[in-house]
Design a protein around this ligand. Structure first.
Ligand SMILES: C[S@@+](CC[C@H](N)C(=O)[O-])C[C@H]1O[C@@H](n2cnc3c(N)ncnc32)[C@H](O)[C@@H]1O
Length: 239
């Protein structure tokens, strides 16, 4: 079961249970929200894979109550939902949110990329990596593939006048055979699947470079500190 579905089931169960108690004792709505927060927090600690879900669960009923008590046209909620879906909708499926490589990471990445190489950015966000290479390393052929529509559209506009190749689609549908360097800044979730794909499709001697995320049981050939406040690293595997 996905974490998102787990969230919905825990919240609904907590809401129903709290509603039964609150209506039996004729308690006010704030009591209901407090009970939902407590029940769902317990459920989150038991059934979610990360502790931060507990914070989302406990805040959710109070935010819901607040939203019901302020008069905002419901079309704003619909608009916000659609916008979030178009930026982050893929997170429900692949658990990879949007955040961008910083310039320190890109400089260190560029040091790893041979002259005239072919590079693909898997999950290319808004095209930051491609725009950087187009500007500072025009010798490198760059391709980017992105699934979420709004980041993809921003990348499309941003790269309109560059030679970079920009695709909409799923990284797991792209053949990696043609690339000397595969760069991925994703999340812990897809790394095992990515490793299997890389081993099956990439040529011997080509490089897989992950920003920040390890592959379980596959130690990288080298690890390069990016030197940012997050303590990020580039992990490099030679296929
Ligand atoms: C952390 S961002 C990295 C963006 C960019 N590579 C960078 O370094 O600035 C990860 C991106 O991967 C995209 N993504 C996640 N899973 C994907 C998939 N299966 N296919 C294509 N894009 C995906 C997300 O939508 C998100 O924009």
């Amino acid at each position: 079961m996905t974490q998102a579905l787990r969230f919905v089931l825990i919240q609904l169960s907590a809401m129903l249970l709290a509603a039964v108690i609150v209506s039996a004792f004729k308690w006010p709505a704030l009591f209901w929200a407090t009970l939902v927060a407590v029940f769902s927090l317990v459920g989150a600690l038991r059934w979610h894979d990360r502790k931060w879900w507990a914070f989302i669960h406990s805040a959710f009923p109070f935010l819901l109550l607040l939203a019901l008590n302020v008069s905002i046209d419901s079309r704003w909620y619909l608009g916000a939902l659609l916008l979030s879906w178009m930026v982050f909708g893929g997170v429900l499926r692949n658990r990879v949110p949007l955040y961008l490589s910083n310039s320190q990471a890109l400089k260190i990445l560029a040091d790893q990329v041979p002259e005239g190489a072919r590079l693909i950015d898997l999950g290319a966000g808004t095209g930051t990596v491609l725009a950087w290479f187009a500007r500072y390393r025009p010798d490198v052929y760059v391709n980017g593939v992105e699934l979420a529509w709004i980041p993809w559209l921003i990348g499309r506009l941003r790269l309109a006048r560059s030679k970079a190749n920009w695709q909409h689609g799923d990284v797991f549908a792209v053949d990696l055979l043609d690339y000397d360097v595969v760069y991925a800044y994703l999340s812990p979730e897809p790394m095992i699947q990515l490793w299997e794909k890389a081993k099956n499709e990439m040529r011997p001697g080509s490089l897989l470079i992950s920003n920040s995320f390890d592959i379980p049981n596959a130690p990288p050939a080298r690890v390069l500190d990016i030197g940012d406040w997050k303590g990020s690293r580039l992990l490099v595997w030679t296929i």
